[in-house]
Design a protein around this ligand. Sequence first.
Ligand SMILES: CC(C)(COP(=O)(O)OP(=O)(O)OC[C@H]1O[C@@H](n2cnc3c(N)ncnc32)[C@H](O)[C@@H]1OP(=O)(O)O)[C@@H](O)C(=O)NCCC(=O)NCCS
Length: 175
Amino acid sequence: MSIEIDVLNGGESWPMAKPLFDAVWPSDVVEKLPWAGIVFAHAELRVLVQAEPEGLVCHVGIYRREVKWNGRKMRAGGIGGVLTREDKRRRGYASIALNAAIQTLKDEGSTDFALLFCEPHNVPFYVGRGWKPFDGEIYAEQPAGRIRFDAIAPYVYDIRRAPRQGVIDLCGLPW
Ligand SMILES: CC(C)(COP(=O)(O)OP(=O)(O)OC[C@H]1O[C@@H](n2cnc3c(N)ncnc32)[C@H](O)[C@@H]1OP(=O)(O)O)[C@@H](O)C(=O)NCCC(=O)NCCS
């Protein structure tokens, strides 16, 4: 089995990624999730894993953001939209795509830490891949103004060094 892993411009590759989002997160499913109604940022880059003959089997979005941790500027690498086609799970695709996303952030050289938000049932997956809980508070922008973002739990990954406590202001929409 051969797979292709590409890291593409987020906007240009959205048409490729959208059918996978629609399949995994149709609107009737999303409206029951804890993050229903939240407005999220668009990914700047996308890791796309394609297999033969299925096509796109897995997606990971990458967001780069200057955030504030306890008022101090830091470079966060956001990870979001981690999705594998339902019939292609437990084959390592999301692990491969996450590794490619982290490697992309490391290669850029300017990222202090990676940050993602996840629902409780996915926590063992991320903890098993080196992610640690961020035990502080997260603030983010929404169209109606700044909110405390606590709909889904934050997890961090050391690139240089990740904060584990305190206050992170995402200085923009969440991801
Ligand atoms: C969470 C999600 C992305 C994981 O995708 P995936 O491609 O199945 O992930 P992986 O295959 O890399 O790993 C999943 C599990 O399968 C195991 N696995 C990987 N390859 C395997 C193989 N060849 N045979 C059996 N198990 C395997 C992994 O070890 C892992 O188990 P572990 O966490 O106990 O170690 C997927 O379940 C999904 O799309 N869920 C719905 C959307 C969602 O909730 N996304 C997360 C948003 S934060």
